[in-house]
Write a protein that binds this ligand. Structure first.
Ligand SMILES: O=C(O)CCC(=O)C(=O)O
Ligand SMILES: [Fe+2]
Length: 354
């Protein structure tokens, strides 16, 4: 089956350089009158001061966080302690990587023998069915934690600083993730480390560098199809100048403006939706394309150990006297389910509801 040519999508950057019109496999079916241009967001995505949230006078920030989670499943954090110079360096290193000729990048291909898909490496997401609508983006996906499991063969050597910068960024963002998990547990009135403890030293963190080439038909083509992230939390660095991310609320796609001030965008993933028994919901989001400008983003995905059973946290069920609304599932099986649903634009978590 690996020999079926439809399973091997093009590198979009290559395609974009050579075609006037996107091939039919990239065109959305907009029969229902859906439009890709999103609605203007009615209020800004709340920005939470992470220093204050974690301190003793964090009540206002906690209230903001609660409302952001209820309304969007997304929030921004400022005062997070990650130096602006490091953030700039991450973006610049990613830009340098993507600026290389496609042939260079293909040396890190995510296709084994040019055929079989694996998660790590440079390329596209897997194609599951012949009629799957493809995304107008390329990405480099790397496992960064556990550190001893890094596959350095996939880590770029150009620019030369790439590996060191990603290593440092991994260390810094981890503290942000930890602070957020502590705050979320507090919000749920659980022991502070109740959520944090779900992540063992075998928990998997991946970094995904997304590159969206300019697309001649932004009215018909998506950069990334609707999905919810599979992990517990995503920490996203979005392009400072070019917007494109949209989030679904009450049936409407809202455009999330580009983040210009070094805040980090935090996105709840399905693992946390299950753990919190649906109290925090993983939002559906997608990325639209831009006719003139390239766009980039860097996502850090915090998942659990593949062998861990993901299920509603017992302490929470006890506290709220709730029964579990989701079936338990192992981290590695959630990953398999994720890609099956992803190809159809659905959420694996909906199949786990009791
Ligand atoms: O590019 C973006 O803004 C979002 C990327 C995203 O949703 C993802 O990588 O899961
Ligand atoms: Fe995402």
């Amino acid at each position: 089956m690996a020999d079926e040519p439809w399973r091997l999508p093009n590198i979009v950057q290559e395609l974009a350089a050579g075609v006037q019109e996107p091939p039919s496999r990239y065109l959305q079916d907009l029969a229902g009158g859906d439009q890709l241009a999103g609605a203007e967001i009615p209020e800004p995505i709340p920005t939470i001061d992470l220093g204050r949230l974690s301190g003793s006078d964090g009540a206002d920030e906690a209230a903001k966080l609660r409302s952001a989670l209820q309304n969007w499943g997304l929030f921004l954090v400022s005062n997070h302690g990650v130096e602006t110079s490091l953030i700039d360096a991450v973006i610049e290193a990613a830009r340098e990587f993507f600026r290389q000729p496609v042939e260079e990048k293909k040396k890190l291909s995510n296709l084994i023998d040019g055929k079989r898909f694996q998660i790590e490496g440079y390329g596209n997401d897997p194609v599951q069915t012949k009629d799957q609508i493809l995304d107008w983006s390329d990405r480099l996906h790397l496992k960064v934690e556990p550190e001893c499991d890094r596959n350095l063969a996939f880590w770029p050597t150009h620019p030369k600083s790439f590996r060191d910068i990603l290593h440092e960024y991994t260390l810094k963002i981890k503290t942000v993730k930890n602070d957020i998990l502590l705050a979320l547990a507090k919000l749920l009135e659980l022991d502070e480390d109740c959520l944090l403890n779900q992540f063992s030293d075998r928990a998997i963190t991946t970094a995904r560098f997304n590159y969206y080439s300019p697309c001649p038909r932004p009215d018909l083509v998506l950069g990334l199809k609707p999905h919810s992230d599979l992990c517990a939390l995503t920490v996203l660095l979005t392009d400072k100048e070019v917007g494109g991310l949209q989030v679904l609320r009450d049936g409407t796609w809202y455009s999330v403006p580009a983040v210009r001030d070094y805040s980090l965008l935090i996105n709840i993933g399905v693992t946390l939706e299950i753990m919190t028994n649906g109290t925090f919901r993983a939002p559906l989001h997608r990325v639209v394309t831009n006719a003139e400008r390239e766009r980039m983003s860097v996502a850090m995905f915090y998942a659990v150990d593949g062998e861990k059973e993901i299920e509603p946290v017992a302490e929470l069920l006890g506290l709220k006297q709730q029964s579990a609304r989701y079936r338990g599932i192992k981290g590695k099986d959630l990953l398999i389910g994720h890609y099956e649903h992803f190809s159809r634009g659905g959420r694996v978590v909906d199949s786990l509801k009791i």
